[in-house]
Design a protein around this ligand. Structure first.
Ligand code: MTE
Length: 430
């Protein structure tokens, strides 16, 4: 067995690392297959890297319309559990009231750029390759090989960076592009697999490695305007890859279902969902910075409130709360209702949730039913006894152990990422 060099101990912020990556690209020392020169020049301008000309921000096109079926999703999508949005299926948050801490596999939201590939685990291999390995070659692992590493179990949510996107429009009156999720592009599961760090070290991780890029085995993603962006892939800085990332082969005690990455997916706790590449087939380990459309044109913040040309690549999720209640739910007056919901954050566990039944004028504390956990959610409940009929606005506001509290509004970004504002949830009392 090959011995691995010690891992680098520095963990620069993604913003400062990105500036370094961009300077390296400028001097011809970064790989950016599938990313246009124009995009990289725009990012250089945004990051303020010397010598770069700032470019105008291109506005993305309109998002996909809702469809009656989800082409390419294998599992059944009963209406009571899902809202289908193009190639994706959003979990109905109200239906989570019937579930425990973990979201059952059959109710877990699906975000597919193309279609679920149905892969045979016995023929599957993972290729780890690139000039960041000390031998510069490639190493293959079968599923049985992975299962010989120490297994690790971890509770974590996977949440799309665009979860809550439609609220930019319905609550803040702002136009955004992309799938019009409400709050159900999230699920929490118990994942089992192996540490990516163990696999990288076994593959011969070299001292010069800086970026690691997992790539899915699903079909090439072609945008609405016909541009082929290749297979879904997004670089992870080595420091994160060696921290808490798993190669997961089980979800809630079962082999990964086809729609969630069978036989193996990457699981990047607390980070935006696109980092958790499904159906992983290869991982490039690079001695030079890497780019893909998923850390350049997508998954940065663009718009007036952000640096010209875009923010640093998005990493951790924000703080959110959702009621396990239909939109415009009807509630009887003079009855005590035990209302429930969940709150979560990518930075730290949620330690406090306050609720309001008058749109935020008055607040009282909700009862928390789970211990705060980074990368997980807490379930909560609040009793409410409305006295008179009419329209009411419920609101829930979470605070995490890092001191982040949900704001009243979220600064707009054109692709509608990281909505974290307090959601105004309408109900009718009769
Ligand atoms: N991995 C591949 N190969 N293809 C994809 O389309 N979608 C990403 C990520 N991994 C995607 C992928 C996005 S945007 C999200 S939010 C999560 O998977 C969703 O995971 P889920 O479908 O298991 O809920």
């Amino acid at each position: 067995m090959r011995t691995s060099p010690p891992a680098p101990v520095t963990h620069p912020s993604e913003a400062s690392y990105d500036r370094r990556r961009l300077s390296q690209w400028l001097s011809g020392r970064a790989h950016a297959e599938g990313v246009s020169r124009r995009t990289l020049l725009r990012l250089l301008g945004a990051a303020g890297v010397a010598g770069a000309a700032p470019f105008a921000v291109p506005l993305a096109g309109a998002g996909p319309a809702a469809a009656a079926t989800a082409p390419g999703i294998v599992k059944p999508l009963p209406e009571a559990w899902f809202t289908v949005r193009g190639t994706n299926a959003e979990t109905r948050f109200a239906s989570l009231a019937e579930t425990g801490y973990h979201t059952p596999n059959e109710r877990f939201f699906v975000r597919n750029h193309t279609a679920t590939p149905v892969l045979d685990a016995s023929g599957w291999t993972l290729t780890v390759w690139g000039d960041g390995l000390d031998h510069g070659g490639s190493v293959e692992f079968t599923l049985d090989d992975l299962k010989r590493f120490p297994a690790v179990t971890r509770d974590a949510f996977v949440e799309c960076a665009g979860n809550g996107r439609s609220l930019f429009t319905t609550q803040q009156g702002q136009a955004v592009s992309g799938t019009a999720w409400t709050l159900g592009a999230i699920g929490a599961a118990r994942w089992r697999g192996v540490r990516l760090a163990d696999v990288l070290r076994r593959a011969g991780l070299g001292r010069r490695a800086v970026d690691v890029m997992p790539r899915g085995l699903d079909a090439d993603y072609v945008t609405a305007d016909g541009t082929n962006l290749g297979r879904v892939r997004r670089p992870l800085p080595l420091a994160k890859a060696l921290d808490d990332v798993l190669l997961a082969y089980e979800m809630n005690g079962e082999p990964l279902p086809p729609d969630h990455g069978h036989p193996v997916r990457v699981l990047v706790p607390s980070w935006i969902g696109v980092s958790s590449v499904k159906w992983v087939g290869d991982i490039q380990v690079s001695a030079q910075p890497l780019y893909s459309p998923w850390n350049t044109d997508f998954y940065r913040l663009f718009g007036d409130a952000h640096p010209v040309g875009g923010s640093a690549p998005l990493t951790r999720q924000t703080v959110k709360s959702a009621w396990e209640l239909e939109w415009n739910a009807g509630l009887a007056r003079d009855t005590t209702h035990r209302l429930t919901g969940r709150s979560w954050s990518g930075a730290a566990g949620v330690v406090r949730v306050e609720v309001s039944a008058d749109g935020g004028a008055h607040w009282w504390p909700a009862r928390l039913h789970d211990a705060p956990r980074r990368g997980g959610w807490v379930r909560w409940s609040a009793d409410w006894r409305p006295r008179s009929p009419g329209a009411y606005t419920l609101a829930a506001r979470a605070t995490d152990a890092a001191g982040r509290t949900q704001p009243d509004t979220t600064a707009h970004n054109t692709q509608g990422y990281l909505f974290d504002a307090v959601v105004r949830h309408p109900v009718t009392v009769t």
